[in-house]
Design a protein around this ligand. Sequence first.
Ligand code: HOZ
Length: 426
Amino acid sequence: MSRNADLFARAQQTIPGGVNSPVRAFRSVGGTPRFITRGQGAYTWDADDKQYVDYVGSWGPAIVGHAHPDVVRAVKQAATLGLSFGAPTEREIEMAETLCAMVPGLEMVRLVSSGTEATMSAIRLARGFTGRDAIVKFEGCYHGHADSLLVKAGSGLLTFGNPSSGGVPADFAKHTLVLDFNEPQQLEETFRARGGEIACVIIEPIAGNMNLVRPSQAYMKLLRELCTRHGVVLIFDEVMTGFRVGLTGAQGLYGIQADLVTLGKVIGGGMPVGAFGGRRDIMEKVAPLGSVYQAGTLSGSPVAVAAGLATLRLISAPGFYELLEAHTRRLVDGLQHAAREAGCVFSAQAVGGMFGLYFSETPPTSFAEVMAADRERFNRFFHAMLDAGHYFAPSAFEAGFVSAAHTDADIQATVDAARTAFASLA
Ligand code: HOZ
């Protein structure tokens, strides 16, 4: 038996499903999860010491590669001064100032410890600000695991075919209106009928938890206009896309400003950090300035903030995104070319350092199209690539991630392996 298999058997005795986050269990693709022992640059190694070119990147944070020396140094330096104080530190101000300078429309920001905390708090804030209860989300979008957001959600819930979680009281869920992603007519009808009851709309401006799906520019513009017209707080959940699809996130790509933005992943550089922020008049409702309560013992953790600041410095270097984008594009172009040669129905797309792989003729633009893709083929592709040492997300419903540490040679090796994998599927 392999050490991965040993560890998995052992883990299942004391951890539900043997994992601390469901998608990691490999249930939809089958087989044994790889227990990772270390990461360096673009690579990870598992418990059997097998090396992978990693396209999960901790689900987004590892944008400069694993264990980047600058990030590790910042963490070590911060840790020697104390791990946590439950009191303010100067570095938190530096982080807030950095985020406000970089993220469009961010006038004030509050640091939390995860993306889930960020979205949960942003929704409470929108409700407190507007005095309304209803919220709008979109089928297939995932915003962490707060109760009111686990309705027709993406990521692990979609992976396991159960898009709404048990344990969420119907009384909570009834305040969540779920609409079709990228469907303008339904959006207009909903606002016409109930615009005055809606506190906020929360959206992944580029969905990354039902694979990668891009809504149209016209749809995003309409969403912004409707929210403004009806006094609805527009929340862009940029936990995944923030600093990932470009230095100014999805807001920058669309040229559209949200009222609140949630962040996580990259801003923690691999440590647990989240943030929510935006318009000053809204953020001033957060305690202790206002009545909307939000707190956390580890919020603004000095070590996590140090890792985040070091990462933000690295990605601000001139040419960083040009290179990241070029590598991601090379990957998706190479994969599409290899699939075509093998006669395999496949498409792919990249946005910044994020990508989607689809076993369908063209990239999906709706939840229904995501669901229509060939999942069984994805699973076979996933395993062929894993065996060859290329680690993609173990679910057809997750986006992939490239880091600045991926080289042309890494990407070429992945494309070469994919050529063989596609041939075995055709
Ligand atoms: N829901 C996360 C990706 N969209 C997975 C997190 C994890 O398993 O680490």
